[in-house]
Design a protein around this ligand. Structure first.
Ligand SMILES: N=CN[C@@H](CCC(=O)O)C(=O)O
Ligand SMILES: [Zn+2]
Length: 438
């Protein structure tokens, strides 16, 4: 079993104490920082976290007396040692909202939008999600796998060790199944863990343009039961938006998902204030995502019911839309998480650090709040709060070494990558910013 010690850590951000429920209010600012910290890893799991002295004492009892705090002194051969050089170590980031598996690109839509077309107009004219659906349907499973795998490589280089991945570019059973199979194969083969969400309700497919309710029937009666039966997804998501799916259609599908054991998530109140947040609260969704136009009542309902607000400032930035009211949400007691929304149309990025920049500069979150939102709260938004998102004994050993002496460098710099080393399940998968090919 591999053993690893990371020592001489200037700031060790543990994010401890929130494995049972996400952070809200002032707790978001508490990163559980240990100065002069140290982490010991055994196999895929964190064995000890604390100050240098505490950790060495602890593991010496477990791993053998010859281990020394002065690492230059010979340590037992089977223990790897990383000297963090006084820099920052934090949990691997978690991205709780991506559309990871798709084929093709839509760079031409940027020009269309710059000339005045809106995102929804492009979709209604058969572009947008529907353009990606055509390409994804045509792509072979191997091609989808190759494209999504290289996106995951980039996520890893930006310090992300777990992503949620939605289907929703198949829009029929055969192709949704293909997307979900690809997500599962990536989870099995790529270092990044992939958590699947079924999102057949991403757009009305072209063949049902004149009869969207018929498509909703098919999703409810035929597709969801098969997704659940094959254990292909944990969550069910819907694009609840004017001109896409109504509140009623969304409720129907999310309730059907719930009956089949799929926890609800909602793309809510993105372009219009539709009551998507209120629907998330009513259904006990695990998260409501986007929320650019959420109402005050919607914010109160999220706070009261403990639905996590997954905020996607990359999308607001890229669509030149107003940013979500993160401060109002935090003040109301909503648990806030952050995500890239990685997709080929509204947020073509794999950079969580960029999302943290935007969260601070455009949503007025503090650097510490943004880190809580991208780690432990993001883990809770995909039901993984007990396993990942913080550095505590017994949790999965997913962590990141920043080439920085203070965590706020992550938000202070922009457009550069400060991720030096990524440890996934106890093994170095990025070193000096470069992927380690296993
Ligand atoms: N808003 C809906 N879905 C995605 C965009 C998908 C696409 O444009 O391909 C989103 O979350 O922004
Ligand atoms: Zn999305």
């Amino acid at each position: 079993m591999n053993r690893l010690i990371i020592h001489n850590i200037g700031q060790l951000l543990t994010l401890c104490g929130a494995s049972d429920r996400p952070k809200t209010g002032s707790a978001l600012s508490d990163l559980g920082i240990i100065e002069n910290g140290c982490v010991a890893i055994e196999g895929e799991t964190i064995a000890a976290v604390g100050t240098e002295q505490e950790v060495w004492n602890r593991i010496r009892q477990r791993w053998g007396e010859r281990l020394s705090v002065e690492v230059e002194v010979e340590v037992e051969a089977e223990v790897d040692v990383i000297d963090a050089g006084g820099r920052v170590v934090m949990p691997g980031m978690v991205d709780p909202h991506t559309h990871l598996v798709f084929a093709g690109t839509r760079e031409y839509e940027l020009e269309m939008r710059l000339q005045g077309a809106t995102y929804l107009e492009i979709l209604q004219a058969g572009g947008g999600i529907l353009a990606t659906t055509r390409q994804t349907r045509q792509a072979t499973e191997e091609e989808l796998l190759r494209q999504a795998s290289s996106r995951l490589d980039r996520f890893l280089q930006y310090g992300v060790t777990t992503v949620e991945a939605k289907s929703g570019y198949g829009l029929d059973w055969k192709h949704e199944w293909k997307q979900l199979r690809v997500a599962r194969r990536l989870h099995e083969t790529h270092p990044v863990d992939v958590v699947s969400t079924f999102m057949g309700m991403h757009a009305v497919p072209e063949e049902y343009r004149n009869n969207p309710d018929r498509y909703v029937d098919i999703v409810v009666d035929e597709i969801i039961p098969q997704v659940a039966d094959k254990g292909l997804a944990e969550f069910c998501d819907v694009f609840c938006e004017k001109g896409v799916f109504s509140l009623e259609q969304s409720r129907r599908v999310l309730e059907a998902g719930k009956r089949h054991g799929l926890m609800p998530k909602i793309h809510a109140d993105e372009m219009e204030s539709m009551g998507g947040a209120e629907l998330a609260a009513e259904l006990g969704a695990i998260s409501a995502d986007h929320l650019l136009r959420v109402s005050d009542r919607g914010i109160r309902r999220l706070a009261d019911t403990g639905v996590i607000a997954v905020l996607l400032p990359g999308t607001a930035f890229y669509l030149m839309a107003p940013f979500a009211r993160a401060r109002d949400m935090i003040e109301a007691g909503v648990a806030v998480a952050l995500s890239t929304d990685c997709n080929p149309g509204s947020s073509p990025t794999m950079s969580m650090p960029m999302i943290l920049n935007l969260a601070c500069l455009h949503m007025k979150m503090t650097p510490a709040e943004a880190i809580s939102a991208a780690t432990i709260n993001a883990a809770h938004a995909i039901g993984r709060g007990r396993k990942i998102g913080s550095l505590e004994e017994g949790k999965q050993a997913d962590l990141v070494l920043l080439d920085a002496p203070h965590y706020a460098f992550l938000q202070y710099h922009f457009g550069i990558n400060l991720i030096d080393t990524v440890i996934k399940k106890g093994r170095a998968v990025v070193k000096n910013g470069q992927l380690v090919r296993q």
